[in-house]
Design a protein around this ligand. Structure first.
Ligand code: ADP
Length: 375
């Protein structure tokens, strides 16, 4: 038998002899015994004294044990207290009903002391373990929420504090560039170029992190009336130049007819920009990138296909986690901070849509986004 520390038991029975008997059995194990002679008294005692476990007679006048149990289970404050039914006989109907209304066990009369103790202590042990697990989970949840809040505050203030100095550096660098002593000095021009590239990188990191924070907190979408084919073309047309530089064949297919829609066009444009710029970035010279935009009833979809580096299977599920990148030499040779796809996923999900990826390492990738046509 498990060693259980004694607790507080409520015994509910309209028969004094039964009560006396159970009281003496339980007190012999140092339990504190509370007593109620009918259903309504039992409900009152439960509220006032909060017993850990209840022994409840089924057959009582006015309110029977089943009804008492139903009411206890209907009240969130008392629903967790385990109820062991006391049945006059080994009646299958009664026993089934006892479990139906939320009882955890039953004992039959005449009582056998050892059985009463074993059942009460067994249930009390299980109840305490469940309670302990529930409290631990609750504590873990609180700690997680606290850590997450600290993380958000930390990223928020760190990135916010970086924004202004970076803006200043970018501004002063542009001023420096215009000074003849600098613009006429080859080495100085090279240094300015390096500073600008560094600042650009830091700025995009800071802006992506701030964006992600904002999205995690739940943004309000700025919804516009949009023509879907126009929107796709306009969002990603400029990438033609980047593609040309790498001799990448770049094709865009959009529906021929107008497709009126409403969504946050600025944010969805960032989604398409990110996917297309990744496709071009991670596709070697001479490859191809294709964008297909389609309307399926009340859903819009865009797929971005490339025949570039591809993504290993074990990374497919991780790409949307902030800072996750494929760590191969070829992938890492490209500039990136691993935040773009996290931002993409957050924006698509804020629109009630989803993102999917299929890829074969060394052969290429397909990223697909779908979102509702009307927000
Ligand atoms: P990054 O700024 O590093 O490009 P993203 O969050 O946009 O960050 O993408 C995460 C990672 O997913 C990238 O670092 C890259 O390893 C991989 N990835 C994204 N798009 C592609 C693609 N079209 N082909 C191959 N790998 C890709």
């Amino acid at each position: 038998m498990v060693d259980v520390a004694p607790g507080r038991v409520l015994v509910v029975d309209d028969n004094q002899v039964n009560i006396d008997l159970l009281e003496s059995v339980l007190e012999s194990r140092n339990f504190e015994v509370l007593v109620a002679f009918n259903g309504s008294a039992a409900l009152r005692v439960v509220q006032e004294e909060t017993p850990e476990i209840i022994l409840l007679d089924i057959n009582m006048p006015k309110m029977d044990g089943f009804e008492v149990c139903r009411r206890l289970k209907a009240n969130p404050e008392t629903s967790d207290i385990p109820v062991i039914f006391i049945s006059a006989k080994d009646d299958t109907e009664d026993i089934v009903k006892a479990f139906d209304v939320g009882g955890v066990d039953y004992i039959t009369k005449p009582f056998k002391s050892r059985e009463v103790i074993a059942r009460v202590e067994g249930q009390l042990h299980a109840f305490r373990q469940t309670e302990q697990i529930r409290r631990l989970r609750e504590r873990e949840k609180q700690q997680f929420a606290m850590l997450d809040q600290m993380r958000q505050q930390f990223i928020g203030s760190a990135t916010h504090d970086l924004k202004n100095p970076l803006f200043n550096i970018a501004g002063y660098t542009s001023v420096l560039e215009t000074i003849p002593a600098v613009s006429e000095d080859e080495e100085a021009v090279m240094c300015i170029g390096a500073i600008k590239r560094g600042v650009d990188k830091m700025q995009s990191l800071v802006y992506d992190m701030l964006d992600l924070l904002e999205l995690e907190r739940g943004i309000v979408l700025n919804v516009f009336d949009v023509d879907f084919p126009d929107f796709v073309r306009e969002s990603i047309l400029d990438f033609g130049l980047n593609a040309q530089e790498k001799h990448i064949e770049y094709r865009i297919h959009v529906p021929d007819e107008a497709v009126p829609a409403t969504f946050d066009k600025n944010r969805m444009a960032r989604v398409l920009e990110n996917l297309v710029s990744n496709a071009i970035k991670y596709t070697p010279n001479g490859g191809y990138v294709e964008v297909n935009a389609q309307q399926f009833g009340d859903m819009l979809g865009v797929e971005v296909i490339d025949n570039g580096l591809g993504i290993p299977d074990d990374m497919l599920g991780k790409l949307f986690i902030p800072f996750e990148r494929v760590r191969s030499v070829e992938h890492m040779a490209q500039e990136g901070n691993g935040l773009g796809l996290s931002v993409v996923k957050a924006i698509v999900e804020q629109h009630g849509g989803r993102i999917e990826v299929e890829s074969v390492l060394g052969e290429g990738s397909v990223f697909r986004v779908y979102w509702p046509r009307y927000q």
